[in-house]
Design a protein around this ligand. Sequence first.
Ligand code: ADP
Length: 401
Amino acid sequence: MSTSVLVINCGSSSIKYALVSERREDRIYGLAENLGGADARIKGITVGGEPLELSIPYADHEKALETLLARLANYKPQAIGHRVVHGGSLTKAELLTPEIIDRIRAATPLAPLHNPAHLIGIDATMRLFPELPQVAVFDTAFHQTMPAHAYRYAVPKFLFTEHNVRRYGFHGTSHAYVSERGSQLAGQVKRGGWLTAHLGNGSSTCAIWNGESQDTSMGMTPLEGVVMGTRSGDIDPSLHSFLASNLGWDIAKIDTMLNKESGLLGLSDQLSNDMRTLIEAADTGHEDAQLAIEVFCYRLAKSLAALSCALPRLDGLFFTGGIGENSAYIREKTMAYLPHFGFALDKTRNNGLKRGTEGRIDNGTGPQIWVIPTDEEGRIAKETEQVVEQAKTADVHVQMA
Ligand code: ADP
């Protein structure tokens, strides 16, 4: 088999994995979930494209990875790429060394839920595959090109200089992949000004100029920005003191409410965080579901319009993520709030786009509008290969010197 990279995304009790080789059709992927529990299991797609379901009671991350790799015996990866949410000030993917692992650990206060889980995964793969090169690819890295006027908050300076309080942005691998792929399809490789809308359970927007992120909707944490499945997105920061003073809520309760009980779920009165369910309910007249969808689309349009300020010129917009790729309805509703830049959706093209396909959906009179299915695993594998290649070259130079 050709070179392949095992891409791993570790959560506190789950591991998403994909064995990525040159041909996308050959990809093997799946999810180990409920790790540590009696119902721990692996669900995925095997080498032959068959569904796989394997019970691994009480397995931890290491055991799950070991089981997984045993099943892929003939498909040994040449490298491992770890998705890491927060890289702090790291600006690009890095070979995992003790120093880089320390820096991931140091960024834990900025991503307390994610980075510790990634470190568990890194620790497990380091022990299981000490001979394989391992690379960390950061969600934040793509946004390190943002200028200070985009990443600074208007709060006292010492919070930035002494405590790293600033906007970082997330979903970097997706925004990077989609804008690169989209501008290629648009015939303007890396050139020009593009907006991206990554709309999944977590959602964010990004403004990209000549291949570099200029601004994005998520901030110091993934809570800032547009409305998401269960996250509120932007709110008045005074809500915290209002809830503390009037309802006696503590910070942990407020944090949980804003991250887990808000967004589409909150607006729909806890009906669902899933856009498909909301669209079905809205169709049957569910008013809270209708409002949730309207707020989602309006806030999204507002975010895209605001981000256009980061671009000297606007060439177009790319939709991606589960909602952006699959819902012509949400795309149409969002574009209805954005007539100002000359955007003109072609409804037939929009409605005709098949699930999982790339396609242009504007009528040719204004900035382009495209749907570009994201490929975060593919991008992580590519960056992993590049880092490993660079390290090999550097090694040869050191040996020759
Ligand atoms: P994640 O952020 O977890 O990777 P996804 O990118 O898979 O999530 O997006 C999940 C979201 O996509 C859910 O809200 C789901 O309802 C939505 N979605 C998937 N297919 C459709 C569809 N056909 N119409 C509307 N929403 C959809």
